[in-house]
Design a protein around this ligand. Structure first.
Ligand code: ADP
Length: 359
């Protein structure tokens, strides 16, 4: 797409040398994601497609006052300038687009500007800031509790009953802290975008059996019946450790958010080359407004309850990343007071083999 602002200037196209020897294919600049604008005086003599998309140029007019102002300063003293500003969104929305602009002298009275949309960079930075703040907060709680308990322990050293109680509570807080650290490490490994350690054909039965064996003591302690049914002999392509971790996280939640006497069912099935592992509980359920957020890091519907169960708010974020790494997905259905069903979907090994490795 060629912009309306690009025009012949002084008998030659912009980018052509005085001898006409070098002809810069200006159409190339329509392919770059940053906005590129050239001004002669206050007139726009070149603008690429991104400049039009960002809405900073109309005809031969540079519509952003700050940019016009900066271009004049650059033309006057020849010094390159970098500015950050926000632009109104093209879609009549109240949100503004953060941009970073570099303005520099091209020669004579011509000034160039390169303007970069910072929306994605700002979003990533905000997520990073939130994450660091959340980690700090999550670590502070058990560490603060351990400090207080150690203090109380010193006071109570002559009372063996109190000492035993405080030591038990220190053990609980230490476990919480070590689980948090372990899950943070798992998450950072999964998010690293590293290729999976080993994509092998995995028997689903073996993963299910291992996870059920691991989670049975927890189900028994909570008097929740853990039942397995569905098809056997299914296979997927992936990393057995990661898949077991994802499934265990779902079963851990299903048990944690269920009342004694209820049932958690794990069903394996295959539909059109897709293996489904379904974890269904009859627990507290999740309200519709929270459903879309439960896969976010540190999101908890009821923080007090989650703390009681030793939850970190990272379990489902880990599940989501494991599924992404396997070319699969995790979905949830839930009704408060009725229960929740989480479904892991993965390409069946034979189908995945044919279509190349996922992840
Ligand atoms: P947590 O470690 O707090 O369980 P998760 O990331 O595993 O963190 O889950 C996020 C939140 O989603 C939980 O705090 C809980 O509120 C909700 N949740 C997850 N699984 C279930 C479930 N099976 N039943 C009810 N609520 C659940």
């Amino acid at each position: 797409m060629l912009s309306g602002a690009r025009r012949r200037t002084g008998g030659r196209t912009h980018g052509e040398t005085a001898t006409g020897a070098t002809r810069l294919p200006l159409g190339l600049l329509d392919e770059v994601p940053v906005a590129v604008v050239a001004l002669r005086g206050d007139d726009v003599v070149f603008a690429n497609a991104a400049a039009h998309r960002l809405g900073i140029v109309r005809g031969t007019f540079l519509v952003v006052a700050e940019l016009r102002q900066t271009a004049r300063l650059v033309r006057r003293d020849g010094l390159r300038r970098e500015i950050t500003l926000t632009l109104p969104s093209a879609q009549l929305s109240p949100t503004r687009i953060p941009v970073r602009a570099e303005v520099f002298l091209l020669g004579g009275d011509e000034v160039g500007a390169v303007v970069e949309d910072q929306t994605e960079a700002s979003r990533v930075e905000a997520v990073r800031r939130d994450f660091v703040a959340n980690v700090g907060h999550e670590v502070k709680t058990p560490v603060g509790a351990i400090a207080l308990l150690a203090e109380a322990l010193k006071e109570a050293r002559d009372d063996p009953v109190a000492v035993a109680r405080f030591v038990d509570r220190i053990a609980v807080e230490t476990q919480r802290l070590s689980r948090l650290v372990q899950e943070l490490l798992d998450l950072s490994r999964l998010q690293g975008g590293e290729p999976l350690p080993e994509m092998t054909v995995i028997g689903v039965d073996a993963v299910v059996n291992e996870v059920v064996e691991r989670m049975s003591p927890m189900a028994d302690a909570k008097q929740v019946r853990l039942v397995v049914d569905g098809e056997s002999g299914l296979a997927v392509l992936g990393d057995a450790g990661q898949l077991a971790m994802a499934l265990a996280n779902l079963i851990d939640n299903a048990i944690s958010y269920s009342a004694p006497g209820s049932r958690v069912a794990l069903t394996a099935k295959c539909r059109e080359d897709v293996v489904e592992l379904v974890v269904a509980d009859q627990g507290v359920g999740i309200a519709h407004v929270d459903l879309v957020r439960v896969f976010e890091r540190f999101y908890r519907v009821d923080p007090a309850r989650s703390r009681e169960t030793g939850g970190t708010g990272l379990g489902l974020a880990i599940v989501k990343h494991v599924m992404n790494n396997h070319g699969g997905e995790v979905t949830v259905w839930s009704t408060p007071g009725v229960g929740s069903t989480f479904t892991l979907r993965l390409p069946e090994a034979a189908a995945a083999d044919g279509g190349g490795q996922p992840g």
